[in-house]
Design a protein around this ligand. Structure first.
Ligand code: KG4
Ligand code: ZN
Length: 369
């Protein structure tokens, strides 16, 4: 069973061909291509939706041709098409959705619309490329810590495609806060990886809890709120106040910038790890996964792994491979294949025509199936 998947929710045009080994039920990526627009949007300090749409429409056709060439397959070898239906930027989503609908019509294939965050979660079910090892699929209940540029959520899954949102950010997403702090410090776009890079100059990643080697202390908002909600705009504003108190030379001092980045990263990660620990205690999941672009953050990965190893030795901790942490189409294919496996014959037949109703939805809500 093979899927052609497309993702255009933000500033990366991505297409992939992913297959499910029916015998082992494992997900393997046959080809995964991406055309990044980072350099284009960097000039504007953020993603410009109409520019993103223009680039998607330029890039998607060559990428589709290239993905079939790389996979040495033809459309006849594809059983299913999948596309990110939302959430995201409407002009950007439209390009992927319209392309997928056109292909479903032209090739007479079923089409599934996938939620972007669902894709990030299912990136954890892709078999590691370097190993023949299978990922475990009967690992529910599963707790997903979702950390992206638009979302920060703790989601409990009692089974595949069954989502209970335990809590979420009340203001900024954690990735958004990383990006805004980077901007305040005059760092390059996109900010998250830049903040992480500067932070690692102060605190090289280790498995130990890290003590900031400086006099800047930022708040850990809602860390003791007793629920699973988050707030990141408070940490961001505290950074702003800290910067406002400095003289101009300090603001451009490399050591100072590194120190602010390290303390901001420590504060954010501490809150994420603390709430995850609390949720593991209450819900006793068999598996914990991280999902979304901030899952590429090495300090977050290490602190979560450390907390889980120390306190919950029987809980499996999965992280996506780095190339599937950030936006990509393979994750959309992974979610679509595992969903297809669980669909009735009737629903599969419906998917040959229900795509006519598929529309991009910038505010799509995560739905259980
Ligand atoms: O999932 P993603 O690629 O796009 C969305 O769905 O939003 O996540 C992008 C976010 C951005 O805010 C980016 O700055 C952040 O992930 N990010 C990171 C790192 N790599 C990407 N944040 C912290 N540390 C990183 N290494
Ligand atoms: Zn994403």
């Amino acid at each position: 069973m093979r899927v052609l998947s497309i993702e255009t929710s933000c500033d990366d045009t991505a297409v992939a061909i992913v297959e499910l080994d029916e015998e082992t039920q494992s997900i393997r990526v046959v080809a995964n291509l991406l055309s990044s627009q980072t350099a284009l949007h960097a000039a504007w300090g953020g993603v410009v939706p109409m520019l993103a749409a223009r680039e998607h429409s330029r890039n998607i056709q060559p990428l589709l041709t290239a993905v079939f060439t790389e996979a040495a397959l033809t459309p006849n070898d594809i059983n299913l098409i999948a596309v990110t239906a939302g959430p995201g930027l409407t002009p950007a989503l439209v390009i992927g959705v319209q392309t997928a609908k056109t292909l479903a019509y032209r090739w007479h294939k079923p089409l599934l619309g996938i939620h972007h965050i669902e894709g990030h979660i299912y990136a954890n079910f892709i078999c590691p490329s370097q190993s023949k090892m299978e990922r475990q699929y009967n690992t529910f209940p599963l707790l997903a810590l979702v950390v992206s540029g638009g979302h920060t959520q703790l989601i409990l899954m009692r089974d595949h495609f069954n989502y209970e949102i335990l809590g979420e950010t009340q203001d900024d997403a954690v990735g958004e806060a990383f990006d805004k702090v980077a901007k305040m410090l005059g760092l390059a776009y996109p900010g998250g990886p830049e903040v992480a890079r500067h932070a690692s100059c102060v605190n090289p990643p280790t498995a130990e809890i890290q003590v900031p080697q400086n006099h800047i202390t930022l708040p850990r908002p809602m860390i003791n709120s007793g629920d699973y909600n988050f707030s990141f705009s408070g940490i961001k504003t505290a950074v702003l106040y800290t910067l406002q108190k400095q003289n101009p030379e300090t603001l451009t001092d490399e050591n100072f910038i590194n120190t602010v980045c390290a303390e901001f990263q420590n504060a954010s990660v501490e809150v994420l790890v603390s709430k995850t620990k609390q949720a593991i205690n209450q819900y006793a999941p068999k598996t914990v996964v991280i999902a979304g672009g901030v899952s590429a953050n090495v300090h977050l990965r290490e602190q979560l792994a450390h907390m889980i190893n120390q306190n919950f030795s029987d809980v499996a901790f999965l992280t996506p491979e780095f190339k599937y942490s950030l936006d990509n189409a393979a994750m959309i294919g992974s979610a679509a294949l595992l969903r297809w496996q669980r669909m009735s014959e009737h629903d599969r037949n419906q998917a040959l025509t229900t795509w006519e109703m598929l529309e991009p939805n910038a505010n799509l809500k995560l739905q259980s199936f």
